[in-house]
Design a binder for this molecule. Structure first.
Ligand SMILES: C[S@@+](CC[C@H](N)C(=O)[O-])C[C@H]1O[C@@H](n2cnc3c(N)ncnc32)[C@H](O)[C@@H]1O
Length: 441
């Protein structure tokens, strides 16, 4: 993980003298010169050459090792584990960094790094609990049996309070403790769909940014809990009459990222808007006029609401049985009508100061179906704070992250209307809390 890696480089902890010197000094030409490896160590040379020819972000053995050190630091295992020689596997575009016992050099696991993004793959890396068990020389089978397949694990109640954070969620997420969020619901920024979103140099860099944020979300989400994302293809308008407009199937690329980052696909829900809602895009007008085959284009009136679950071997029933607040579980039953199919008919919402809000009705359905009362609901792209509003209305806690001050202003302005006197207890990070003096306490 890029951010963690940076943190991980702060202190030198490896016993390998080369990488000790390289940590925190990535610009040091002498130490990072691949030819240093090429002359002395053919295996390192092979790895570095393959990595360079594939244009990976992680090109050097020392870089892969540093990323592994950063990950071990997060798990508090950096002083307990040694390293074998990192190997690049260009069939899967990953680096494998073997982890060994310090004394015996016996292999106890590995850190797997995405070579293109430099992110640690949570689903493929040996989990810290397994590393600890192997370090302590425990019999894993006995341990697992004693634990009833780790089923006795007591999940603590998250201590996170209602929070609004001004900042880039990629960074802000690093300050949130692991596994203290119970549901994530969001809609990401559109890739250059509108002039105000022209923040990304290329579609690839957009996807890379989304990957880093999804990766960081994975860490803060509790085991087996849900990440629900509202997303749809984007239309890149033609720049002149001789060019065709282009539609990019963002949800399908994002789906792959979710799976690679350790989430299981659960559902594709279609948010259906009333007919006429998509007409403003201009799609389908040409066909409506001249009815030529091949000119047909469907007017989009749906958006995806994709549902993922943080990977676990445990059944959803485990999450319900092991929830630390069984009273909250009882009180959260969904009584009365509910959506029985994956077609959810909801009117779109509009906001005079934000171009892309989703309706609070949509957020409420997601919060009701995928969380319990008092759970913590995170939105890493909060916009006007619709997810927070839905969470608060349904007695859940919220963590909202937004990097534009103008949208934080909207949250500050509107929160007293939907959260009343409780607004004064909300933690505002990187921005001033709203003035609640006029709210009835
Ligand atoms: C599609 S909008 C979300 C709107 C929100 N669902 C609502 O109902 O108001 C995406 C939001 O993400 C914000 N954003 C984009 N990149 C971000 C980042 N790296 N960190 C935090 N917020 C970001 C944008 O400013 C925008 O407000």
């Amino acid at each position: 993980m890029a951010g963690r890696t940076k943190n991980g480089n702060d202190k030198a902890v490896s016993r390998d003298s080369l990488s000790v010197k390289a940590q925190g000094r990535r610009s040091c030409v002498l130490l990072e010169d691949p030819s240093a490896y090429i002359v002395k160590t053919p295996r390192k040379q092979r790895n570095s050459t393959v990595a360079a020819s594939r244009k990976y972000a992680v090109k050097l053995v020392s870089e892969a090792k540093n990323i592994a050190i950063g990950w071990l630091k997060i798990c508090n295992l950096e002083n307990a584990v040694g390293f074998g020689l990192p190997e690049v596997d260009d069939r899967y575009h990953i680096w494998r960094v073997p982890l060994v016992k310090l004394e015996t050099k016996e292999r106890i696991g590995e850190v797997v790094i995405d070579a293109y993004t430099s992110l640690v793959s949570a689903s493929e890396t040996t989990v810290p609990a397994v590393l600890e068990t192997r370090l302590l020389g425990r019999n894993e089978a006995k341990q697992s049996a004693r634990n009833g397949n780790t089923d006795v694990t007591q999940m603590p109640v998250s201590f996170v309070r209602n929070t609004v954070i001004l900042g880039d969620s990629e960074q802000a997420l690093l300050d949130i403790p692991s596994q203290c969020v119970d549901l994530i619901f969001t809609s990401p920024p559109y890739y250059n769909a509108r002039p105000e979103y022209e923040d990304y140099l290329s579609y690839e860099s957009y996807l890379m940014k989304m990957r880093r944020i999804i990766h960081n979300c994975h860490r803060v989400l509790s085991e087996g809990r849900f990440f629900v994302i509202n997303i749809s293809p984007v239309l890149i308008r033609r720049s002149n009459r001789n060019e065709a407009s282009k539609r990019i199937a963002v949800p399908f690329d994002i789906h792959r990222i979710f799976v690679e980052e350790g989430f299981d696909f659960i559902d594709d829900i279609h948010w259906v808007k009333p007919e006429g809602a998509g007409w403003a895009t201009g799609r389908g007008r040409r066909f409506a006029a001249d009815r030529q085959p091949l000119q047909y284009k469907a007017v989009p009136v749906t958006e995806y609401v994709l549902v993922y679950r943080k990977h676990t071997d445990k059944l959803i029933d485990w999450n319900i049985r092991k929830h630390p607040d069984q009273q909250a579980v009882k009180n959260s039953k969904i009584i009365g009508e509910y959506e029985t199919t994956n077609l959810w008919r909801i009117h779109p919402a509009f906001h005079s100061e934000h171009p892309a809000v989703f309706p609070v009705e949509l957020a409420k359905k997601v919060v009701r179906y995928y969380s319990f009362k008092n759970d913590v609901v995170l939105d890493p792209f909060a916009g006007t704070g619709t997810t927070g509003r839905a969470a608060a209305t349904l007695s859940r806690r919220f963590v909202l992250m937004e990097n534009e001050m103008k949208y934080i202003e909207i949250i500050r302005k509107e929160m007293p209307d939907w959260f009343g006197a409780a607004t004064k207890d909300v933690l505002f990070v990187g921005c001033q809390p709203p003035d609640t003096s006029s709210v009835l306490l």
